[in-house]
Design a protein around this ligand. Structure first.
Ligand code: NAD
Length: 333
């Protein structure tokens, strides 16, 4: 029986990107029963919550979802559909693999690392208020529990994928209590994985080292805010937002999504790069134990890029659907 997977088509360029992934999945004969669920701007425009309760319930029931980017409505009181999903599904581990792709020229050759970003705490706990009319305060929330589960996720991933090093990234020299706790927990968890080399870096130094000594890094684990920033830095190193995939894992479900947003200015132009969403979908195939399909699709994607077929962001002139057709043809070849 086909495996069920929830699908959110997203806003802006999201539906075009999903169509591209569908073209490629069909060519790869992937047996998935897509369960469409609603979220995002379309829901708000229809007078519903940005992420309806039925959507949360269905993703919890099915356990796996693929999500195209969604637009966060602008204005007071608007909540991000992405943050809402991560919180309501308790998707605590945001995982972003960063690797060089053939045909995508960057100053950073042989990139191969994985970033683990804690997804529920830190300044994203959204505990903030005005202390006076002119002073605002935002609370940085770091817990032993939250730090332990992201650190363990990073080490377990390293063990499972035969990766040799885990580096904890923090600013414990300044935020001695909050980041100090994160670091201490990482050090404690590291003791359970003696075969994996462990050290820590202060986040500013880490950013500098990523662009000067990227080859020594393997798995990086960090609190939410640093993870948000460092993973976009790494997306740039990989070739830009058009190629950077991501996954969010919780205890009971997983949601796969590109790093980028809905790129609304390109809506309906058949222009944006489907690679990031496609690579997120192949991470999902791994999660579903469809490893051979993942390898086949990634091989076809890499051949397509190596042949010089690229969308505008990588200096090419392929359309979204044209690029997807080219990858599909490689799969059928
Ligand atoms: P964005 O990532 O949508 O786009 C920024 C720029 O990056 C685009 O203008 C485009 O030049 C480029 N880009 C993005 N995706 C691309 C692709 N697939 N191919 C080629 N180029 C691509 O960021 P933004 O403009 O700041 O945000 C737009 C909306 O998306 C906002 O409402 C924001 O809240 C939302 N957003 C959603 C997610 C998500 O769903 N996970 C993530 C980030 C932003």
């Amino acid at each position: 029986m086909a495996r069920q997977v929830c699908l959110i088509r997203g806003d802006g360029t999201g539906p075009e990107l999903v169509a591209a992934v569908e073209t490629i999945f069909r060519a790869a004969n992937i047996d998935i029963d897509w369960v469409e669920v609603e979220a995002g701007l379309k829901c708000v425009e229809a007078g519903k919550p940005i992420v309806p309760d039925e959507t949360i319930a269905k993703i919890k029931e099915v356990g796996v979802g693929l999500k195209a980017p969604m637009t966060t409505p602008i204005g007071k009181g608007s909540v991000s559909p992405n943050v809402t999903l991560r919180k309501k599904l308790d998707l605590y581990a945001c995982v972003r693999p960063v690797r060089s792709l053939p045909g995508v020229k960057t100053p950073f050759d042989d990139l191969d690392m994985v970033i683990f970003r804690e997804n529920t705490e830190d300044l994203y706990a959204q505990i903030e208020y005005m202390v006076t009319d002119h002073v605002a305060q935002s609370i940085k929330l770091i817990s032993d529990f939250g730090s332990e589960r992201i650190a363990r996720a990073a080490f377990e991933y390293a063990r499972k994928h035969d990766r040799k090093k885990v580096v904890a990234v923090h600013k414990a020299n300044i935020m001695k209590i909050a980041d100090g706790l994160f670091l201490r927990v990482c050090q404690r968890v590291a003791q359970d994985y003696p075969e994996i080399e462990f050290w820590d870096n202060i986040v500013d130094n880490q950013c500098m080292q990523l662009v000067t000594r990227w080859k020594i890094y393997d798995v990086l684990v960090m609190p939410n805010l640093y993870g948000d920033i460092v993973s976009d830095l790494a997306a740039g190193m990989m070739g830009g937002l058009g190629v950077a995939p991501g996954a969010n894992y919780g205890t009971n479900c997983a949601l796969f999504e590109a790093v980028h947003g809905s790129a609304p200015k390109y809506t309906g132009m058949n222009k944006v790069n489907p690679t990031a969403l496609l690579l997120s979908a192949t991470l999902m195939l791994d999660h579903l134990d469809m490893h051979e399909k993942r390898v086949a699709i990634e091989g076809a994607l890499e051949s397509t890029l190596a042949r010089g077929i690229k969308t505008y962001d990588l200096g090419g002139d392929a359309t979204t659907s044209g690029f997807a057709e080219a990858v599909a043809s490689e799969l059928k070849a």
